[in-house]
Ligand binder design. Structure first.
Ligand code: BGC
Length: 389
C-alpha cells in the first residue's frame, strides 16, 4: 500500500513537472522555473486527498508528454441543445487535437461553476474555456486562474468585470437580436396582413450577458416601429427587465405568456412575439395554442432540432442558426495557438467588459425560415433529415 502510494506520488510529481515545463508556450512557461520541491508539495496535497482527480491527472500525463495539454471547459448548463452539443463536441475536438479535456456543466448555479473552475486549476488545466452562468460573477476565480498561469477563453458569452479573460469566442449577440427582429417583421408582413400588428416581447436570462444584447439588437429594429404605431405591444411591457426570463426557464416564459394573454388578449388576436431562443419560442407558441389563439409569428435562436421541425411545419416562423460545431472549432484553434506558444490570434473586434477591452472572435449568426432552411443546413445532415417533405 505504502509503496503504491509513494509510486503514485512520484509519478504525479513527474507529471506535474512535465505540465509546467514540457508543454511549450502559454502563460504557464512563466511558472516553469518554480522549484521541483514546490511542485512536489502541491502534488502531495492532491494525492493525499485521495480523490479521483489524481487518476485523471495521471491519464493526462500521457497526453501532455506527447505535446498536448490539459484543457478545462466550464459550461453554464445543459438545458438547451447548443450547450449539450458543446459538451460532446468539445470532448471530441479537444481529444482529436491531442488534449486532455475536463468538461463540466454547472446547472445554472454560480457557486457550482466557481468550484468547477477551481478544481480545473488544481488539476493542471493550462487553458480554461468558460461559458458563464452569470457573466459578472466569476471575477475572482478567473483572476486566480490567471495568476496561476492559466489562459481563459470566454465561450459564447462575455466574461464581465474581470481582468482574468484573454478573449471571447461568440456569435455576434447584438446582430443575433437584429436578425430575430427582422425575421419577426418579415413574418408579420408575410402572414398577418397589414399593420398595425399586436406583439409581445421576451428576453433571455438576465444574468447571461447575451440576453440584454439580443434584446438591444432586436429593439434597435422594433422601437422605431413601436413609436410610429406599426407595432403595438399590447401589454405595454417593453423594458428588458419586464421581458427577461430568469435562467432562460421555458416554463417561466410560458407562465408569463399565459398571464399576458389572459390579461390583454381575451378579445383580440396576438400577431407576433419576439422570442430570444427556441425553447422559449416553443413555450410561447404552446401558450398561444392553449389559449385558442391563432399561432403568432415567433422568432427563435439555436436551430434546435425540435424548432427546426416546427419551422419546417410552419408552427414556429424563424430561428437563428449559430452552429456549435463551428464555435467549438474556433475555440480549439485558439487553444492550439496558445499552447504552441503563439498567443491569442489577432482580432480587430474588442468589447469592454467593464474593466478591460476583451478581444472578441466573432462568427456570423444566420437567420432560418422555411424558405432558406435547406440552404442553411446543406452541410448538416442531422438537421437536413428533419426537413423531409
Ligand atoms: C446562448 C443561446 C442559448 C441561451 C440559453 C445563450 O447565451 O447564446 O444559444 O439558447 O444561452 O442557454
Amino acid at each position: 500500500m505504502k509503496a503504491k502510494k509513494a509510486l503514485s506520488l512520484l509519478m504525479t510529481a513527474v507529471l506535474a513537472a512535465t505540465m509546467l515545463t514540457g508543454c511549450g508556450g502559454g502563460r504557464g512557461t512563466e511558472e516553469a522555473s518554480q522549484t521541483a520541491a514546490d511542485t512536489t508539495a502541491d502534488v502531495e496535497k492532491t494525492a493525499e486527498a485521495g480523490n479521483a482527480e489524481t487518476a485523471e491527472a495521471e491519464d493526462a500525463a500521457g497526453t501532455s508528454s506527447t505535446g498536448g495539454g490539459i484543457v478545462g471547459v466550464a459550461l453554464p448548463w445543459l438545458g438547451t441543445q447548443n450547450w449539450a452539443e458543446a459538451e460532446v463536441m468539445f470532448k471530441e475536438q479537444l481529444e482529436a487535437a491531442g488534449y486532455e479535456a475536463i468538461i463540466q456543466a454547472a446547472d445554472q448555479k454560480v457557486p457550482q461553476q466557481q468550484q468547477q473552475i477551481e478544481s480545473m486549476i488544481e488539476n493542471g488545466a493550462q487553458v480554461i474555456v468558460v461559458g458563464p452562468v452569470d457573466g459578472s460573477q466569476l471575477g475572482s476565480v478567473l483572476e486566480k486562474a490567471k495568476d496561476a498561469g492559466v489562459y481563459i477563453i470566454g465561450y459564447d458569452r462575455l466574461l464581465e468585470n474581470t481582468t482574468g479573460v484573454d478573449g471571447v469566442v461568440q456569435f455576434g449577440s447584438v446582430k443575433t437580436g437584429e436578425l430575430q427582429a427582422q425575421a419577426l417583421l418579415q413574418g408579420l408582413e408575410e402572414l398577418k396582413g397589414s399593420a398595425p400588428y399586436n406583439i409581445e416581447l421576451f428576453g433571455g436570462g438576465p444574468a447571461d450577458p447575451n440576453a440584454p444584447n439580443f434584446f438591444t439588437g432586436a429593439m434597435s429594429v422594433l422601437q422605431p416601429l413601436i413609436d410610429d404605431g406599426t407595432l403595438v405591444v399590447v401589454s405595454g411591457q417593453t423594458d428588458f427587465t419586464q421581458c427577461a426570463t430568469v435562467d432562460w426557464d421555458n416554463s417561466k416564459a410560458q407562465s408569463r405568456m399565459d398571464a399576458i394573454l389572459a390579461g390583454n388578449y381575451s378579445d383580440i388576436e396576438i400577431d407576433g412575439v419576439l422570442s430570444p431562443n427556441d425553447g422559449i419560442a416553443r413555450a410561447i407558441i404552446t401558450s398561444c395554442e392553449n389559449a385558442g389563439q391563432p399561432i403568432p409569428v415567433v422568432s427563435g435562436l439555436d436551430a434546435e432540432n425540435e424548432s427546426v421541425e416546427w419551422v419546417w411545419s410552419g408552427r414556429q416562423y424563424s430561428t437563428v442558426a449559430k452552429p456549435t460545431n463551428a464555435l467549438v472549432a474556433e475555440t480549439v484553434s485558439i487553444i492550439g495557438s496558445l499552447l504552441s506558444g503563439n498567443g491569442m490570434p489577432a482580432t480587430d473586434v474588442k468589447a469592454n467588459n467593464g474593466v478591460i477591452d476583451v478581444p472578441i472572435y466573432e462568427l456570423p449568426p444566420v437567420v432560418v425560415t422555411k424558405d432558406n432552411a435547406k440552404e442553411v443546413f446543406a452541410d448538416d445532415p442531422d438537421r437536413m433529415a428533419l426537413l423531409a417533405d
